[in-house]
Write a protein that binds this ligand. Structure first.
Ligand SMILES: Cc1cc2nc3c(=O)[nH]c(=O)nc-3n(C[C@H](O)[C@H](O)[C@H](O)COP(=O)(O)O)c2cc1C
Length: 415
């Protein structure tokens, strides 16, 4: 708390608190828990420089491969998933890895480490053969990279033996390839970026752990079909009458990422870099509370720019003060003791209670309950609908369709 600085003049309320957010993770010093995910924002030296100056703790440079790897991009590559008027609720892309091969990325790593020795410079790699994976690692470690991330989960598939499929969908390929990478990386930490598109994420995490790799990046974009034009029947994105599956990113995938991180953290002891759907500082708190050690941002930056780092750091500082936490590490795994399998959940009797003064009489709860739940809400003669507790089972649907926060509450009842 004593480190709290404010950017206001003396006597004013500290609107944007700042404090030391630094901590150790994977043997590296992060100045805050916010880093850039491998993406277009990290594919250009000047852009990463601007991000670092803005205050990002680090960046994973966009995935590179060995010289000669064909990267055949198709444009336009971006789609938005607009939900009830909210643009970029989710974003789709059919991007591939960087068009810059290892020469360029190696030079960028060297330059960034020279100019910003205190920042975490990570690089993402993808290859097919063992010698290619290992040569990428050797060149990046010699250039001074802090962290190597391996993309085993590009939604357009990996290169190598099984094109179109994701490496992380095979337990044996994951373990073997991660072992090659770690063998070559020596003391430089290696994180394997995985996909939630698997039968059991715990099996994948265990394979990574057995390989000797240091961490998991959980998790990549979600394979998706972004929509179909209902007149031309061409799905999105549209490339002269053709389309393909996209990688879905942004707020829409946050619940999937949270579950993926939590499931790994509950069953496997391995550090996790969280990615997939984080946009705000409180998203980072949630990611860390279920087991992430650091949080990566991509779509939020593509939408609102590097400057969101100001909100992220001041929001986190304010939160730590409010919670009387000494460091961001105090958040780590805090939510996990509250997670249980379904059969271990408490079975209490709950019922819906409508707080009359807050009700605006829109009847959204009535309609939802009448057609979607238990016909337990009556319109009644007045403005406020009435809950019939004999029919109400306490499912909570009414609370979630109500547009007024706090108007409907689920209350505990004696059996
Ligand atoms: C246009 C675009 C390109 C991306 N390229 C890569 C890439 O080269 N390597 C990689 O591992 N992830 C790549 N990603 C995935 C991001 O690193 C990130 O994991 C994903 O976008 C989910 O995070 P977000 O919801 O914060 O965007 C890309 C994402 C986007 C939107």
């Amino acid at each position: 708390m004593d480190e709290t600085k404010s950017n206001t003049t003396p006597g004013e309320l500290p609107l944007y608190p700042q404090r030391d957010l630094s901590y150790e993770f994977l043997g590296l010093r992060f100045e805050n828990p916010f880093i850039l995910a491998a993406a277009p924002s990290t594919d250009n030296l000047e852009m990463v420089r601007r991000a670092f100056r803005a205050g990002w703790a680090g960046a994973i440079l966009k995935t590179t491969s060995v010289e000669g790897t064909r990267v055949d991009l198709a444009y336009p590559m971006m789609t938005t998933f607009t939900h009830e008027g909210k643009r970029l609720f989710g974003m789709g892309n059919i991007d591939l890895i960087s068009e810059h091969h290892i020469d360029k990325v190696e030079a960028n790593v060297r330059q960034l480490k020279k100019e910003f020795p205190g920042k975490i410079v990570g690089a993402s790699i993808m290859a097919g053969k063992k010698e290619d994976w290992q040569s990428l690692v050797v060149r990046l470690t010699k250039a001074g990279v802090d962290l190597i991330e391996c993309s085993f989960s590009c939604p357009q598939g990996n290169i190598g033996e099984n094109p179109g499929k994701m490496l992380a969908q095979s337990i044996s390929a994951t373990e073997t390839t991660a072992r090659w990478v770690k063998e070559a990386a020596g003391r430089v930490p290696v994180s394997i970026k995985i996909t939630p598109h698997v039968t059991d994420i715990v099996d994948v995490a265990n394979a990574v752990k057995r390989s000797g790799a240091d961490a998991l990046t959980a998790s990549n974009s979600i394979q998706a079909l972004m929509g179909v034009d209902i007149r031309s029947f061409v799905p999105y994105p549209q490339l002269q009458g053709r389309s393909s599956y996209s990688g879905l990113t942004g707020p829409a995938i946050k619940p999937i990422t949270l579950r993926t991180i939590a499931e790994i953290a509950r069953h496997v002891e391995i550090p996790i870099l969280g990615t997939g759907g984080a946009s705000t500082w409180s998203d980072a708190v949630e990611f860390m509370a279920v087991g992430a050690g650091v949080v990566q941002y991509c779509t939020a930056v593509m939408h609102r720019g590097f400057r969101i780092i100001d909100d992220l750091t001041s929001g986190m500082a304010h939160y730590l003060d409010e919670m009387h936490f000494g460091s961001v590490t105090d958040i780590h795994r805090k939510a996990l003791p509250h997670l249980a399998d379904h059969d271990a959940l408490p079975r209490h009797t709950v019922r819906s209670t409508i707080h009359e003064p807050l009700c605006i009489g829109c009847e959204a709860c009535y309609l939802a309950c009448f057609d979607g739940a238990h016909m337990a809400i009556d319109r009644g003669p007045g403005r406020v609908p009435k809950v019939d507790w004999n029919r109400c089972v306490g499912c909570g649907l009414c609370q979630h369709v109500c547009p007024v926060d706090g108007c409907i509450e689920m209350t505990l009842h004696e059996n």
